[in-house]
Design a protein around this ligand. Structure first.
Ligand code: CMP
Ligand code: CMP
Length: 290
């Protein structure tokens, strides 16, 4: 059966969830693992359980190609153990270009299923490996719509964010999977100076200000924020406490947040730019209360 026919057949809705037997303990561990792979963050609990049941463990050896560029795809994977390399042969070149290394918790092989396209890259095992394999049928019925909707919802916005300009478009689409939307009202604190920080934020709607204790009776305004601006990077990059308050100034404010681990994984390449931009805060250091 061709992939297209199989796709049509799926749309008719005669779907019987697949169940691959697993102990309660391995289900628990698997759930943690799958939550690291952003594809599944948009799922309801019931749908997530179906994925946990359907997914199947596969083991293999160093040197194997798990996915070959140009092949038809009928499943996606989440890495449990081992190291994999992703490479792609770009038009006009015969040699593969290295794209990225995969570490446990990352998902791959979703593009062929999301877009009914041939495999866009090759994934090769650098060590012996263990992966979780999710079949196309379960993906189409349970994951695809929610995941595609979430990617599309944030894609235009993320494309317009200046700090993300240098990010590879594929990595940016993963950001769309990974962000969590949070809403705040006028006057609310998104961040409190002195707190521990574990999240990075982008404003997708509304305005806010940063205020900071500079030794006076009230914290003073040190920065204005609008749609497309970011904050909260400092605590993640320096491991220090939050260095300012972030307070909403519009009637409501919508932010997209990323947890520390996701921030490191997806925005790690921006650390130099972010650190350079942090120099703008330094002019306030001299005024710090002693
Ligand atoms: P898929 O096209 O199904 O198979 C190859 C996988 O490589 C692809 O899904 C993605 O999961 C992964 N991949 C990683 N980086 C890229 C990239 N820059 N472009 C395309 N695919 C990528
Ligand atoms: P973080 O310290 O994690 O949380 C508060 C955020 O306010 C900080 O990251 C920066 O993103 C932002 N900020 C704006 N102005 C300043 C400033 N003068 N000093 C420190 N942080 C600032």
């Amino acid at each position: 059966m061709s992939a297209e026919v199989y796709g049509e057949h799926n749309k008719k809705g005669d779907f019987t969830p697949k169940v691959v037997a697993k102990s309660e303990e391995s289900k628990q561990k698997l759930q943690q693992r799958l939550l690291q792979a952003f594809m599944f963050t948009a799922l309801e609990e019931k749908e997530f359980k179906i994925v946990v049941d359907a997914i199947e463990e596969v083991t293999g050896k160093a040197g194997e190609d798990i996915i070959k560029e140009g092949d038809q795809g009928d499943c996606m994977y989440v890495l449990e153990k081992g190291t994999l390399d992703c490479t792609k042969v770009f038009a006009g070149s015969n040699d593969p270009t290295f794209l990225k290394k995969y570490v446990p918790g990352e998902g791959f092989g979703e593009l062929a299923l999301l877009y009914n396209a041939p495999r866009a890259a090759t994934i090769t095992a650098k060590t012996d490996y263990v992966i979780w394999k999710l079949d196309r049928d379960t993906f189409n019925h349970i994951v695809k719509d929610a995941a595609a909707k979430k990617r599309e919802k944030y894609d235009n916005f993320l494309q317009s964010v200046q700090i993300l300009e240098s990010i590879d478009p594929y990595e940016r689409s993963k950001l769309g999977d990974a962000v969590k939307e949070e809403k705040f009202k006028k006057g609310e604190f998104i961040i409190k100076e002195g707190d521990d920080g574990s999240k990075f934020y982008l404003i997708s709607e509304g305005t806010a200000i940063a205020t900071k204790d500079l030794g006076g009776s009230e914290p003073e305004k040190v920065m204005d924020y609008k749609r497309g601006n970011y904050f909260g990077e400092r605590a993640l990059l320096t491991s220090e406490k939050r260095a300012a308050n972030i307070v909403v100034t519009s009637e409501s404010c919508t932010v997209l947040s990323l947890e520390r681990e996701t921030f490191n994984r997806l925005l790690g390449s921006l650390d130099k730019i972010l650190e350079r931009n942090m120099e703008a805060y330094e002019k306030y250091l001299g005024k710090k209360p002693s």
